[in-house]
Design a protein around this ligand. Structure first.
Ligand code: G3I
Length: 363
């Protein structure tokens, strides 16, 4: 039997050699970039990003704790470098993220005495942050993850300080403030595990509620922190279809496929989760066996088949990192693992999964 790797290596010589060319006419292809790429300190990865991708997302530099670490003090330099990098390379530039429960400094929610602030004060702080950050990059950052991860796995709103202090309308307010600061920006609701039907139903309800109030939410971002066996292609298909039916676009905003043994039974991308290292959780430290490499390539091809099927709704597919060595999955939820979730290996070479994805585009 001809193996899948032999099959994908049979790509015709005339096939597009880059991801962005392969998916031209279907959707944008993006990568999350680190500060070292945009600061000129990682030429190898910067060259891959310029050659392969036509959209970028900032892995960390626009998060509240980085760009607005103290009251009234903004740290714009890394974010400026990020936006300059995208403009110089004619890319679709994404802003990530404005309102999230993680990576938000404690001062945002508290007064001088350490007590929680009230609704009006927190709304004022949210307004100031969004007006300042979105306003600074008006018409340069084309799309913003306005609210990130507002839902729990049961589909109800997460009990975050935003919800507890402001109430459920904090989400609508964030979108209104972002729209006011840049009326042309494409505004996203972004979350993980929306493939879980219960959580997805909660997101559908949330989007419907926002639409009923005339709130300008135009994209649902499926983060796409996926696994070799979960979710099935059919579930991914149903997830995209559920949001497309609402009339919003869908972006896959943080795609990676974890091929390591699950460290927890919970299906999650919660960055606060931490699991003790054990040898059996890091089985491929010396290299990925061919069988797993093959399974990963096949899995990527199947998922891109689904994204292509929904090309009318799917506007962008962004990978969360450039090479395997960069991925957050080397340190989450277990520190110091050797993970293989992306299309480029640790030496910057395209993997069989890259060929499989390109092959899917040209079929
Ligand atoms: O840069 C500092 C370094 O100076 C310091 O020595 C080191 C010590 O821990 O920390 C470094 O910062 C870390 C940063 O990643 C850069 O590596 C932070 O501690 C760490 O919390 C941060 O993790 C990021 C995580 O979000 C939390 O913000 C990951 O890189 C990033 O990939 C991840 O991205 C999230 C999305 O924003 C939302 N969806 C889930 C996704 C994956 O968790």
């Amino acid at each position: 039997m001809i193996g899948f790797l032999a099959f994908v290596s049979a790509i015709p010589a005339s096939a597009p050699a880059t991801l962005k060319d392969a998916f031209k006419g279907s959707f944008l292809i993006g990568a999350a970039v680190s500060a070292s790429i945009t600061a000129g300190a990682d030429d190898r990865d910067a060259a891959i990003v310029k050659a392969q991708f036509n959209s970028i997302s900032p892995e960390n530099e626009l998060k509240w704790e980085r760009i607005h670490p103290q009251p009234g003090r903004y740290n714009f330099d890394p974010a400026d470098r990020y936006v300059n990098f995208g403009e110089k390379n004619h890319m679709f530039i994404v802003g990530h993220c404005l309102v999230w429960h993680n990576q938000t400094p404690a001062w945002v929610f508290r007064d001088d005495k350490g007590n929680f602030v009230d609704r009006e004060v927190l709304l004022e702080r949210m307004y100031d942050h969004i007006r300042t950050v979105v306003g600074r990059y008006k018409s340069r950052i084309q799309s913003w993850d306005v609210v990130n991860e507002a839902l729990d796995e049961d589909g109800t709103l997460r009990q975050s300080p935003w919800l507890k202090i402001i109430g459920p309308d904090y989400i609508a307010k964030a979108f209104q403030f972002a729209h006011e600061a840049d009326p042309a920006a494409i505004l996203n609701y972004n979350d993980y595990n929306l493939e879980n039907e219960t959580k997805r139903n909660g997101a559908v309800k949330l989007i419907r509620d926002l639409q009923a109030q005339g709130i300008p939410v135009s994209v649902v971002g499926l983060q796409g922190h996926l696994h070799l066996t979960w979710p099935s292609a059919d579930v991914e298909d149903a997830t995209i279809a559920a949001f497309a039916a609402l009339g919003v676009k869908v972006a896959i905003t943080e795609l990676d496929i974890d091929a390591l043994p699950p460290a927890t039974r919970k299906q999650t991308a919660d960055v606060t989760l931490s699991v003790q290292a054990r040898a059996e959780l890091n089985p491929y430290a010396a290299g990925l066996p061919a069988s797993v490499q093959e399974a990963l390539a096949k899995r990527y091809a199947d998922l891109f088949g689904v994204f292509l099927k929904h090309r009318d709704a799917v506007t962008r597919v962004t990978f969360w990192g450039v090479t395997d060595g960069d991925s957050w999955l080397n340190n989450w939820p277990v520190k110091g693992r050797t993970s293989y979730p992306l299309l480029f290996d640790r030496s910057g070479q395209p993997k069989p999964a890259f060929e499989a994805v390109v092959r899917e585009a040209i079929q």
